[in-house]
Design a protein around this ligand. Structure first.
Ligand code: DX5
Ligand code: ZN
Length: 219
C-alpha cells in the first residue's frame, strides 16, 4: 500500500494541531514536517519547539524533513521534539555517514534527501544503510510548486537501485504531487507521497486523501 504524507507547510499555521488531527481523521499515513532555515533554502519555517507542541495532536509518525545547513547540530533537538523519521539533505550534511549515525543513535529512522539537480550516485554507498530516500521533485523552499517532470526517470532509477538491496529503504517523493500525477509517480516506484497544497488546498481532506490513495494504488 502506498502511503500519503500531508505536508503541514500548506496547513493553516494558526490551527496546526487541529489541521494535523483533521488529516489523521481523513486517512493520512504520516505527517510531513518541513523545517527550513533561511540558509539552505530561501524560506524559514518551524523548529523543535513548534514540533514538540503539535506532536501531542496525533500518534501518526512524524516525518521531519530538515532543509537546514549543518543538520548534525540539531538531530538531538528534533529527536526530543518527537520526530520518527529525520531526513537530512545530502547537499547540506558534510559528513553524511556521521549524521545518519547520530539519527540512529537517537533511536530514530534515518532519511536522506536529494535536490532535483543532485545525482543519485551521491547516495549509492549509503543506500543500504538508510531507512528512507527522499527525492525532491521541486526545488525545496516552498509549497505549491509544479512537479519537475524529469523527476519521474530519477524515481524509476532510484527504485531500481533499491530493488537490488537486501535492506530496502522506503522511497519518498516530495513536491508538486497531485491527483493528476500521483499515479505515474507511484507507478515509477514511490512508496510514500508527500502532498501539501494538493491536500490542504482542498475543502474536504477525507475525499482528497481517499482519491490520492486510490490513484496511487491503481499504479
Ligand atoms: C518543499 C517541501 C515540500 C512541500 C510540498 O520545499 O519540502 O514538502 O511542502 O508541498 P507541495 O505538495 O504543495 O508541493
Ligand atoms: Zn518536504
Amino acid at each position: 500500500m502506498k502511503m500519503i504524507a500531508p505536508s503541514i507547510l500548506s496547513a493553516d499555521g494558526g490551527r496546526l494541531s487541529q489541521e494535523i488531527q483533521a488529516v489523521e481523521k481523513a486517512g493520512a499515513d504520516w505527517i510531513h514536517v518541513d523545517v527550513m532555515d533561511g540558509q539552505f533554502v530561501p524560506n524559514i519555517t518551524m523548529g523543535p519547539a513548534i514540533i514538540s507542541a503539535v506532536r501531542k495532536a496525533t500518534k501518526l509518525p512524524f516525518d521531519v524533513h530538515l532543509m537546514i545547513k549543518n543538520p548534525e547540530n540539531y538531530i538531538g533537538a528534533f529527536a526530543d521534539a518527537g520526530a520518527d523519521y529525520i531526513t537530512v539533505h545530502v547537499e547540506a550534511a558534510s559528513h553524511l555517514h556521521r549524521t545518519l549515525g547520530l539519527i540512529r543513535k537517537a533511536g530514530k529512522k534515518a532519511g536522506v534527501s536529494l535536490n532535483p539537480a543532485t545525482p543519485l550516485c551521491l547516495v549509492e554507498e549509503i543506500l543500504p544503510e538508510i531507512d528512507l530516500l527522499l527525492i525532491m521533485s521541486v526545488n525545496p523552499g516552498f509549497g505549491g510548486q509544479k512537479f519537475i517532470e524529469s523527476s519521474l526517470a530519477k524515481i524509476k532509477k532510484a527504485a531500481d537501485m533499491i530493488a537490488g538491496l537486501t535492506q530496502k529503504p522506503l522511497l519518498e517523493v516530495d513536491g508538486g504531487v497531485n491527483l493528476q500525477n500521483i499515479s505515474s509517480i507511484a507507478g515509477a516506484g514511490a512508496d510514500v507521497l508527500v502532498a501539501g497544497a494538493a491536500v490542504f488546498g482542498t475543502p474536504d481532506y477525507a475525499q482528497t486523501i481517499t482519491a490520492l490513495k486510490a490513484a496511487a494504488n491503481r499504479a
